[in-house]
Design a protein around this ligand. Structure first.
Ligand SMILES: Cc1ncc(COP(=O)(O)O)c(C=O)c1O
Length: 379
């Protein structure tokens, strides 16, 4: 049982999950029947306007598929921000890549696009922008750099379903994009994910890698009489049970996003005076970004202030969470990666960052109580 009265996150329940699960359980568990998975992929494709969507059992799994599709060879270099989850790096390390860490921007905590060019070498193959908190990286600039150096861009949009950049859904701007439907995300089916294939030249192989190295997608489309083993691959599709839960949530994506963004804006408004007086900072989404209210992060001036605020909230039964520690300083990050350029922001911001509770259905009065407590700790 959660010891907190206000948890940091509360997975959303649309209400139709049980009905869909029942339908999934009653359907014959036939090969290729996958109707909920099919409906989820079709719905995501419609919502995002992605060229193609392949559902996976996690975002980690979608990133692993992306690494295989990028044809990563031992020694190839992949550029990522240091402030991210392990999977961004790990998926590529599994294929022998060296990870090149670059610093983040202080306003969004996203990969600093000004640091990318200096990190490129003849071995660089892929850039992975991670859209922290559903706020987009500078994708125009990143795509221009990638085009100039002939690099693949894989958007780690784990946190970004429902968010846009210049009106375009995150995950659809790079050659490939990945979503997470883990229990902590805006849409959740416990564990789940998707690979968005935006470069259509990658689709045929993506479908093969996704389905155990077989050309079953071609078989389903009626293009071959029998499917066979044509390449290496993994078993990436989710179960019908996962897809049944996901569909229920996907049908409510607009509502979930709207409720989260409303709470995000309320926090932003309430924290305005503390922010103006320089007592703390909040993330500043650039004008071209419509975020999805996934995270409300506060950055204190010192880690002591952050810890004091977290403890004061906990004392009142309110859970607030820390986030990633810089990967370039982690034991595995040091083994498989190199930091290029100054890492001053990546090394300083995580120890001062606190994520406040935010979830659909959370009363607006909770934001008010949280801000009141923060204010008291900073007096
Ligand atoms: C930026 C980022 N990438 C990838 C992942 C991995 O997602 P999943 O748990 O669906 O594998 C996460 C998980 O939190 C994440 O934050």
């Amino acid at each position: 049982m959660n010891e907190f009265i206000v948890p940091f996150n509360q997975p959303y329940l649309a209400g139709s999950e049980m009905d869909y699960l029942q339908q999934a359980l009653e359907a014959p568990l036939s090969v290729g029947g996958a109707s909920f998975a099919f409906r989820c992929a079709a719905k995501l494709k419609l919502v995002t306007q992605a060229h193609s969507v392949l559902l996976t059992h996690s975002c980690t799994n979608a990133l692993e598929l992306a690494a295989m599709l990028a044809n990563i060879q031992p020694g190839d270099e992949v550029i990522i921000p240091s402030f991210t989850f392990t999977s961004t790096a790990n998926a590529f390390v599994l294929r022998g890549a060296r990870i090149v860490f670059v610093d983040i921007r202080p306003d969004t905590l996203n990969m600093n696009e000004d640091a990318i060019e200096a990190a490129i070498t003849p071995k660089t193959r892929v850039i992975i922008p991670v859209h922290y908190a559903g706020i987009a990286c500078n994708m125009d600039r990143i795509m221009a750099i990638a085009a100039e150096h002939k690099l693949l861009v894989v958007e780690d949009a784990a946190q970004s379903v429902g968010a846009t950049y210049n009106g375009r859904p995150l995950g659809t701007l790079g050659h490939l994009g990945t979503y997470s439907f883990h229990a902590t995300k805006n849409l959740s089916c416990g564990e789940g994910g998707a690979l968005l294939v935006n470069d259509k030249t990658l689709l045929e192989r993506a479908e093969i890698l996704h389905d155990k190295g077989t050309n079953r997608a071609q078989f389903r489309a009626g293009n071959v009489r029998q499917y066979e083993w044509v390449d290496v691959g993994m078993s990436a599709p989710p179960s019908e049970l996962q897809a049944a839960c996901l569909l229920a949530q996907l049908e409510r994506l607009g509502l979930i996003t709207q409720q989260r963004v409303a709470l995000w804006q309320h926090y932003d408004y309430l924290l305005g005076p503390l922010s103006t007086s320089g007592k703390l900072r909040v993330l500043l989404p650039p004008s071209e970004c419509n975020h999805n209210g996934h995270i409300f992060a506060v950055i204190f001036n010192t880690s002591e202030q952050r810890d004091k605020a977290q403890q004061a909230l906990a004392k009142e039964g309110i859970q607030a969470a820390l986030h990633y520690q810089p990967l370039h300083l982690s034991p595995e990050g040091r083994r498989v990666g190199t930091a290029r350029g100054s890492m001053v922001e990546s090394e300083s911001l995580p120890s001062r960052l606190l994520r406040l509770p935010i979830w659909p259905g959370m009363p607006a009065s909770t934001c008010e109580r949280v801000v009141e407590i923060l204010r008291a700790t900073l007096d």
